[in-house]
Design a protein around this ligand. Sequence first.
Ligand SMILES: [Zn+2]
Length: 355
Amino acid sequence: MWEPQGVDIATDQSLASAVPFPDEFRTFEDGDVLLHRSEAHVVVLGERAHRPLAVHHPTQDVATRGIRQRMEDQVAHRVAFSIIYNHLVVDNHAEPALSSATGETPDMFDVLSAERVLAIQPHYDDNDIAAGGTLCRLARRGAHVVYLTVTDDLLGVIDAGIDDATATAQLRAEQHRAGAIIGVAEHRWLNWPDAGGLDHVVLRDQITEVIRDTRPDLVITCDPWLRNEAHQDHVRTGFAALEAVLLSELPRHPAAGAPHAPTAVGIVYSNDPNAVIDTSGVQIERHAALDCYRAQFDATGLTALHDAIDRHERTQAPPDATHGEALRVMNPGALHCAVRPAVLGDRVTVFGSDQ
Ligand SMILES: [Zn+2]
């Protein structure tokens, strides 16, 4: 059942010496890195399929059996693992769709090489909460960064005593202040009612038009497959944005503007990351931007947000870094019918073997 896949990741000795690793297996959370240094094993599991993406066992079969048993135990408890270091990517970030399968895995798009970025968020603070450091680094490297906010975000305003116009003015002012810190070149809004239901096709076509107009090489949005996500603004924004990425290059799509095909998508708020950006050098900007968001956080909430984000990003920092932002980088071709050959083993019923 557990077949090795992917690259020979255990040859990277720098990783073995750089990544902290617990002495014993424990219950892992999504996004945790699992590197068993003493057994010279690297194990990478994908949470969606509850199976390893790579298992390297160069020396000890006994230990391998042990690791498999422990992995199966973890999977039985529906606990997921993933490994997120850029240089260890073995995931299906760029797997080709069946129709264009070549047997080769294209190189992962270098997120920080993007020149034009469209970051599509359900609410006014999602881009900065999920990827403020990454977006700041992109802007500092000269990328043209556009934020597209899908909802009016009025439901989340904590002061029930102000009218919608006043609340909207505060939200916009805060967003502009944060954007100036991050380096956002332009803000756009679609003004759907916050938590009021999003029509998939209408929203998708609105986003398609923005993609054609802004012509990003990198589109960033939230993960519509995030397990336990109950907020439909996030689920629907993710689906609409990712389908818009697929459709925006089709000349017969009626959205205004010339067809355009983004090079890559970066999916944030994901339990299935395959890349991490070193954001150690932009922590001041990253947290200063968050500090702007007062309409929806009181002082206690804002402190808790800073603390949670700091803890989160320290946990997933790459080697030699203090902070990292993880995301899932995908070739748009992997967003449609991207089926990989399955190792079926003995868990399937075979028909037609008698010919
Ligand atoms: Zn949100």
